[in-house]
Design a binder for this molecule. Sequence first.
Ligand SMILES: [Zn+2]
Length: 242
Amino acid sequence: MTPEKDLREQLATCTRILAMQGLIGLFGHVSVYQPETKTIFVTPGSGSDKPHFQADDMIPIHLDGKPLDGETLPPVEWPIHTALHGARTDALAVAHLHTPYATLFSIARREFHPVTLQGTIFGEGVPLYKEAHLVTTPQRGDNLLKTIGDHRAVLMRGHGIVVAGKSLAEVLFASMILEDDTKKTMQALTLGPIDHFSAEECRGFNAEIDFERRSRRAWEFFMRLESTWDRQGGTGKIELFP
Ligand SMILES: [Zn+2]
């Protein structure tokens, strides 16, 4: 079992990296699950100081959303996290973000298809949750769960994204890749019609490349950068694939 201390540290680190990269700000939250104790650790909600998060700031909640300490409330959209952690054994980490480029795909009448090799981790598609509300009740959480199915991510209409993974490293890297791929799609569209990888090509590429290992490398790389970041908005960000 991964100790609570490590989960808290990793969750704070993951969120600080997302903040450094401009992928989380006023809103957005990330969680990690300890299945052995059925405990979710989630970051504080809107307005919290993501660039300075520390292990102690993380909020432990039960699968019904109730805080373990009985008083520190999780973000209002906690049912996103409880629904995914409770139902999917491969969703040990979950991020709900409002990343700029991926969110445009939740608005455009255009299906997402990966255009980069790294983006092929989303080769099975990214479904769209169409409801015009925040996911603030368990029933809405269940509806979101039905929409995402066994996909790695879901777009939320006019709102943002949810990304799930086996670890915070996977969720961090996958979130960055989704943002990079949607950004490149839009940039390439200015040049004319664009090409994308088929589901079969995506499966082929991912059969050769180990996503878990790549995620760990990305984690170590960004952790090093974050450790010397001055924590000022917009100063630490680097392109995922410069
Ligand atoms: Zn949201």
